[in-house]
Design a protein around this ligand. Sequence first.
Ligand code: ARG
Length: 231
Amino acid sequence: LGASACAEDGMIKFGTNPEFPPFEYISANGVLGEYDGIDMAIAAKIGELTGMDVEMESLEFDSLLIALQNGQIDATIAGMTITDERKEAVNFSTPYYTATQVMIVPEDSDIEKAEDMADKKICVIQGYTGETCVNEMGYKYEAFKKGTEAIMELVNGKCDVVVIDSATAQNYVNDNEGLKIVEDPDAFASEEYAIAVNKDNTELLDTINEAIDTMLEDGTISEIAAQYAEA
Ligand code: ARG
């Protein structure tokens, strides 16, 4: 796999934002040093399949595409949704995971549909697709830097609903009492996560796509996702 890429450069420096369980978070015994999660296991496997060394750098989610464009990192692996806007700045790999935005609310909330958020206090995470969705719906919201900060607002009764990606929402609901997930597939389209690479680096994109295709075909990605997912 990717023999020419190996010969030329034996290392992939990934950027991530490890505040997005179960995709990336910090852990004592992570699959990649202090980094653990679905994306981190996928990155490690890409290293195995390509023979390239994998390095991980922690950045703000907002800074990932800039770091990619200025060459600080070679690729992002960060539960990042493919969007038209992002596609203008970077190239995306073959998608490896399908997700959707959901609403996290207190168990006794009367929110059943996205439109029920109209007169509620909404929290989102800065730069996430959840922010874009709520913005496009025309609702006012408050944006936080981290998912955990938005969840604290919710737990403390300072906000009524947090809009965030489904698997991460499940994690937060499991870790905090008194919260539930409300889905509204009519309002929130499905999203696809992919690795982003600098537009100039098509060789690395091809190498990564080859590895992803292999992992999609032989079930590796499903296995990894099942291993880290909470129900
Ligand atoms: N899927 C969402 C997006 O692309 C959220 C990703 C957040 N990822 C992270 N590692 N913090 O905007």
